[in-house]
Design a binder for this molecule. Structure first.
Ligand code: MRU
Length: 375
């Protein structure tokens, strides 16, 4: 089952609005760059790989609108993923305008969310494709479309590979705890951490999933639970505060989470609360698996200290379900992510293979295309 997380259809970016889930399944068309940037900022589309795809499509949308602005007669659309990346009629559009539009779109999109490196990775990929296409505006537009569609298609294959590589860690009868949402809604439609569970389930293994509610945005309760329910997989939601007692009762065999950025030494940024879960795994002797595509690695970050952590508005913490839950004037500490040291991670599962007991040399070997080292 592939979820309709993000797509490019008939000249617009289409997303399922995740702020409305699980109550309403609404596909929203984002028709300009500003709407796309707003959708990323406000978590209508969220999760590291999905943000990358949405950003790539935001770049394409900027060019789509540049072409359309020149049309005297409004026409249908220039690009559509299902139709492929044809060379558009770009008569009357100057090469300089294309360059400027791309540069400004890149700047706007890059500023939306700082932690998930997939965002800047995708923008860089699109910019390089545009650069390599030369100076003919039509060729540049076609190259951007080709690259954005390719990135999206590759991402899905990568998720299947992560699933296959991670399913070996999941056994029949296990109880597995996950945090936030690293499923189809956070990716090209299948998932990373949840992709591992889906792959194991598709192999016929049967297990139970515990889902951290994931305050303050409730990605676990709203999104992960929605995905698991759609697949008919058994799950139980808990507040993060209840996780320690679940471990103490011997009811967690392993934890699996996604990642927003992985440093060269294996330190991993993921949704706030992941570090607490990692500490519990260590305390109770249970493995913590991180599942992520290679595009989530940032080898320019030597360690977790180099990863920028997004701070989100206090209002997200001071209310719940639209109702204020704290006194007027209260302020909140609201980092969106935390960093789990590599030493607390049993394995990082990637599309290139699994790195057990991750550290700098093993990640460098993976980067060099060598098979992952065993401990
Ligand atoms: O703030 P969010 O909802 O975008 O945070 C998402 C996460 O932290 C996910 O675990 C991570 O992006 C991995 S998604 C495959």
């Amino acid at each position: 089952m592939i979820l309709p997380t993000v797509d490019y259809r008939r000249g617009a970016v289409e997303i399922i609005d995740q702020t409305l889930l699980p109550g309403e399944e609404r596909i929203v068309r984002l028709v300009n760059l500003e709407e796309t940037a707003e959708a990323i900022r406000s978590l209508r589309v969220r999760g590291a790989p999905a943000i990358g795809i949405a950003a790539a499509y935001g770049m394409l949308l900027a060019l789509e609108n540049l072409l359309a602005e020149r049309d005297r007669q409004p026409r249908g659309h220039y690009f559509d993923r299902a139709e492929g990346a044809s060379i558009p009629d770009a008569a009357g559009v100057a090469a300089g305008e294309v360059r400027l539009r791309l540069a400004s779109a890149r700047q706007t999109l890059a500023a939306t969310r700082p932690t998930a490196v997939n965002l800047s990775w995708a923008l860089e990929r699109i910019a390089r494709a545009a650069e390599a296409a030369g100076s003919d505006p039509a060729a540049v537009c076609a190259a951007v479309a080709r690259e954005a569609f390719a990135l999206h298609a590759e991402e899905l294959e990568i998720e299947y590979a992560i699933g296959r590589n991670g399913a070996v860690f999941i056994g029949d009868g296990m109880n597995i705890l996950t945090h936030c949402n690293a499923g189809g809604l956070a990716t090209a439609g299948y998932g990373t951490a949840l992709g591992v569970l889906y792959a194991a389930w598709e192999e016929g293994k049967r297990f139970h999933v515990y889902v951290d509610e994931t305050r303050p945005i409730l990605q676990g309760a709203r999104l992960t639970a929605w995905e698991l329910a759609k697949r008919g997989m058994p799950y139980t939601i808990l507040c993060e505060g209840a996780a320690a007692s679940l471990f103490a009762a011997g009811r967690v065999d392993a934890a699996v989470v996604g990642a927003d950025r992985i440093a060269a030494n294996g330190d991993t940024a993921n949704k706030i609360g992941t570090l607490g879960l990692a500490v519990l795994c260590e305390k109770f002797g249970r493995p913590l698996y991180v599942a992520a595509p290679w595009s989530t690695f940032d080898l320019a970050a030597a360690s977790g200290g180099d990863i920028p952590i997004e701070e989100r508005p206090s209002a997200e913490v001071l209310s719940c379900g639209g109702a204020r839950t704290a006194p007027e004037g209260a302020i909140a500490y609201n980092p969106a992510f935390d960093v789990t040291p590599a030493s607390l991670i049993a394995a990082i599962v990637t599309d290139r293979g699994a790195v057990e007991n991750p550290d700098g040399p093993k990640i460098a070997a993976l980067a060099a295309g060598l098979p992952p080292l065993r401990p």
